[in-house]
Design a protein. Structure first.
Length: 165
């Protein structure tokens, strides 16, 4: 069974992977071993693979950072609901009373943090598999198209978030 500490390491790796993806190839292979205990056997250094890894790791990393930002906003808004967004208690979740609306928003904001953590840990696992595929000797092909798909989805989510009413 996977422990909370292990999942938090994978989530932390997801957050540092885009920065590591811009560094030298040796540190890209060394960091998963140090943070997660995952050894990636290096393949012959090809500049094309290094550039592809940098681009995909950065793209997935930006989506990861945006999701972490959304999780933080949801938690802060949930806990501080009466101070931040308690304009229309009549039509808010848990309303029409302030106590009910605050309780529902706080439970959702804080209660969804473990789900956000699992999502970030999944992004960390994707980053490791992407590194294994592009820079290592072995690894499945699916991380490359999944990274592209998540990047497009993240861009669409970001644009829709910017244009929300």
């Amino acid at each position: 069974m996977t422990s909370v500490r292990s999942l938090s390491r994978w989530a932390a790796y997801a957050l540092v992977a885009p920065v590591i993806g811009l560094g030298p190839l040796a540190s890209r292979l060394r960091t998963p071993r140090r943070m997660l205990g995952v050894f990636i056997a290096p393949r012959d250094a090809l500049a094309v693979r290094g550039v592809a890894h940098s681009a995909l790791a950065a793209a997935v990393g930006l989506v990861t950072w945006f999701l972490a930002f959304l999780a933080t906003v949801a938690a802060v808004r949930g806990i501080g609901y009466p101070l931040i967004a308690a304009d229309d208690l009549e039509h808010s979740w848990g309303g029409p009373t302030l106590a009910g609306a605050w309780a529902v928003h706080a439970l959702l904001g804080v209660g969804l943090l473990p789900v956000w953590g699992l999502v970030l840990a999944g992004f960390g696992a994707l980053q490791v598999r992407l590194t294994r595929r592009l820079l290592g000797r072995d690894g499945p092909f699916w991380p490359i198209p999944l990274s592209l798909l998540l990047t497009v989805g993240g861009v669409l989510l970001f644009v829709s978030w910017l244009h929300q009413a």
